[in-house]
Design a protein around this ligand. Structure first.
Ligand code: NDP
Length: 373
């Protein structure tokens, strides 16, 4: 994002043009259609605190690949410019902010007027907002349910990839493509594709099962994910970094470690919830109270998955070197978010599992990083 220096230019570049509003709307309309009609595995979510269970159609990867294919075709045919996003970064940011504010306000009003005390205030039944309030159409919940929280997080992750691709195109256009940009782009594309490949795992995460659909989630998914996770790419567009080969190898190593821990821990928990007898690292799992896994990563720290994510976040910033704190915004923010999240999750689990949780804390004393925290 090229940040203009004087106040007048900043204000000017923050006012969304018709073009940026159209770009944003086209993206949401495409996504709405794609996730509604493309085939995908329908997975049952976890049973929620009110006893209900939503079903999720996991077709995010198909929707993303089709979108990238269509955009690539559009670029090759000269219908659109590959740098359309990187040329209008601030405008798109402000358009997304306004859009998110409108969406969050509508959800809040719809929720507070709903029959059962407000669906949008009630954390889990977000899909019913569409059914009950917007269209009044009763869809078969198993096959046609659209969970807005699931939709938003997918929009955020896709938006991040689209921004990155456009930033990459800009750096090629500027003849400034360097090792740092390639590393950042490579790590992020693996992270994003992995998210969609395993999107089924998302259905049992905190955001889906325990977070209210309100301003925080809407802004977090639609604005925060695409625009702050891509800061490193924007920064590299206007800053040159010379990475040594040793730095590149060390960076790849941190990414790989982070990936193994992040994906391994989340996968172990997900598989355990589906089949509590499935071996972990080749051995029968150790379980307490029949509900909590104490084997594998979950026997090393109570939130090893957060440790993996933090290493990944660090590895996405390290390509930018150490000359500025700006590219480290994402890992620093994630550290604060995940420590806060971990505290809230612990409180929830302590209440839900009572003495079983106390026993788990005794057996696994470390929260995120063994011997440190
Ligand atoms: P988790 O996936 O860690 O889920 C926590 C839940 O898992 C608990 O509430 C409990 O739920 C269950 N659980 C906890 N311990 C155990 C155990 N030992 N055995 C079995 N079940 C257990 O939480 P999040 O949704 O916060 O994180 C998911 C991933 O998303 C993480 O890797 C995280 O790093 C990432 N993330 C990334 C963010 C980003 O901005 N990049 C933001 C937030 C998360 P139950 O009631 O079902 O038992």
């Amino acid at each position: 994002m090229e940040i203009p220096m004087d106040l007048h230019s900043i204000v000017h570049s923050l006012i969304p043009s018709l073009n940026s509003v159209a770009t944003l709307l086209a993206f949401f309309i495409y996504l709405g259609f794609a996730v509604s009609i493309l085939p995908g595995k329908v997975v049952p979510g976890v049973i929620l605190s009110d006893g209900t269970r939503l079903h999720y159609r996991c077709n995010g990867l198909a929707s993303l690949l089709l979108l990238v294919g269509l955009l690539g075709f559009g670029v090759v045919m000269n219908f659109i410019s590959a740098t359309v996003i990187s040329n209008r970064g601030l405008e798109l940011l402000s358009a997304t902010l306004i859009f998110s504010f409108l969406v969050a306000s509508v959800l809040y009003v719809a929720g507070s007027k709903s029959r059962d005390q407000g669906s949008s205030l009630k954390p889990h039944v977000t899909g019913n907002l569409i059914h009950d309030w917007w269209f009044g159409i009763q869809l078969n919940p198993k096959f046609m349910s659209l969970d807005i929280k699931f939709f938003f997080v997918r929009a955020g992750m896709m938006g991040w990839l689209l921004i990155n691709l456009s930033v990459l195109a800009k750096s090629i256009q500027n003849a400034s493509l360097c090792r740092s940009m390639i590393l950042y782009q490579l790590f992020s594309v693996i992270y994003i594709l992995d998210f969609f490949f395993y999107e089924e795992y998302m259905t049992s995460t905190w955001d889906i099962i325990a977070e209210r659909l309100g301003f925080m989630l809407v802004f977090g998914d639609l604005v925060w994910i695409p625009f702050t996770f891509s800061i490193q790419g924007w920064w590299l567009l206007s800053n040159k970094v010379d990475l040594t080969t040793a730095a590149v190898i060390a960076n790849c190593f941190i990414f790989l470690m982070g990936y193994l821990v992040f994906r391994g821990a989340n996968k172990q928990k997900h598989v355990f919830k589906k089949n509590p007898k499935m071996p972990i690292w080749g051995m029968p799992p150790k379980v307490i109270g029949g509900k909590l896994l104490v084997s594998g990563y979950w026997g090393i720290a109570r939130h090893c998955n957060y440790l993996g994510d933090l290493l990944l976040a660090l590895s996405l910033s390290l390509p930018c070197g150490t000359s500025s704190p700006v590219p480290y915004f994402y890992p620093i923010y994630l550290l604060i978010l995940l420590i806060w999240r971990e505290r809230r999750d612990e409180a929830r689990c302590a209440e839900k599992y009572k003495e079983v949780w106390a026993e788990y804390c005794r057996l696994v004393p470390w929260r995120i990083l063994p011997y440190v925290y």
